[in-house]
Design a protein around this ligand. Structure first.
Ligand SMILES: Nc1ncnc2c1ncn2[C@@H]1O[C@H](COP(=O)(O)OP(=O)(O)O)[C@@H](O)[C@H]1O
Ligand SMILES: [Mg+2]
Length: 306
């Protein structure tokens, strides 16, 4: 585990080298199986500094985790490592307990789906139907299963009406949903979303937030979402990882980390505006900034606001 990792205690957090639990008869229980595990992960593009430098964490089934960090902090590189698209310079990634390498690549692609930041990099067929079918076809689905899978994935992502559309006629929000449908069609269990809200208008962001929550809560996906839009973090995640200079500087609950304004400032991130407002107000009034709201709804319930 990286030496500068600040680990905060919360029920879902489970460090890689965690202390084994003991059964009442004294025998050690095996730690629960993580869906995704990074162990002292390093990656270097060239002779420069490491883009990912000694990152370790575990993600448990059903967790929704926001990966936050300023531009260039290493989020995309880390996500590509987790999805098996880059080979670590040092350290390793495990998917459902299996080390990611050339031999396990097919299994990894079946389990982990990566949504690229730019949908244009992901969608390359002419029509939506062809594009969504591309992944499962490569995994060897039969024609009948393929049709079923495409219909199901478009249904889950509420994109059925786009099925016959040419890709180049889609809006930004529609492209995101179709790209997500292409991943869901592979029947994987881990979604890695790289800046999914980038470039979307508020209505498209709101639909995507609802979809991500639905995929996690109803379909049981484990989700990792890279974003620098802090106000969206409480909407889609309960745990947060913070990156800086390729390293992981914090791992904790969204509430703990989004209200830790000095930590966010150190990471060159801003808390949600509403959190910042209550933080500054408390400081101006010489009060300890406590019970800071993360969302507008929470602020409306805040006593201080009455
Ligand atoms: N293809 C590449 N070749 C060389 N350096 C890269 C490449 N992609 C990213 N980097 C560098 O790696 C570091 C981390 O980048 P990235 O993972 O894209 O961060 P983020 O997604 O947080 O913006 C940055 O310094 C960036 O310039
Ligand atoms: Mg990026």
């Amino acid at each position: 585990m990286s030496s500068n990792l600040r680990s905060f205690s919360h029920p879902e957090y489970c460090p890689v080298s965690g202390v084994a639990e003991f059964k009442s008869d004294g025998a050690a229980m095996p730690p629960p199986q993580a869906v995704l595990e990074a162990e002292n992960l390093h990656f270097r593009y060239s002779d420069d500094a490491d883009a990912v430098a000694g990152v370790s964490f575990r993600i448990m089934p059903g967790e929704a985790v926001a990966l936050c960090g300023h531009n260039g902090s290493g989020k995309t590189t880390l996500m590509k490592l987790l999805a098996g698209l880059l080979k670590p310079t040092k350290g390793l990634v495990r998917v459902a307990g299996i080390e990611v390498n050339a031999r396990s690549a097919q299994e990894v692609f079946r389990t982990v789906g990566l949504l690229f930041q730019d949908s244009q990099d992901q969608l390359f067929c002419n029509s939506v139907e062809e594009d969504v079918a591309y992944g499962p076809r490569n995994l060897g689905f039969s024609d009948a299963d393929l049709k079923k899978q495409v219909a199901l994935a478009l249904n889950i992502t509420e994109a059925q009406h786009l099925e016959q559309r040419p890709i180049h006629h889609l809006s930004g929000g529609e492209m995101k949903r179709v790209a997500l449908a292409g991943i869901v069609a592979m029947q994987n269990s881990v979604l890695i979303l790289d800046e999914p809200f980038d470039g979307l208008d508020p209505a498209a962001i709101s639909r995507l937030v609802t979809l991500i929550r639905h995929l996690a809560s109803v379909h049981g996906y484990s989700v990792v979402i890279a974003t620098h839009q802090m106000s969206l973090v409480p909407e889609v995640a309960s745990r947060m990882l913070v990156m800086q200079g390729g390293g992981l500087i914090a791992d904790g609950t969204v509430r703990e980390l989004l209200t830790n304004v000095p930590l966010l400032e150190q990471a060159r991130l801003e808390p949600p505006s509403i959190t910042r407002y209550f933080y500054k107000k408390a400081l101006l009034e010489n009060r300890k900034p406590e019970r800071l709201p993360l969302t507008l709804d929470e602020a409306l319930l805040c006593d201080d606001n009455r």
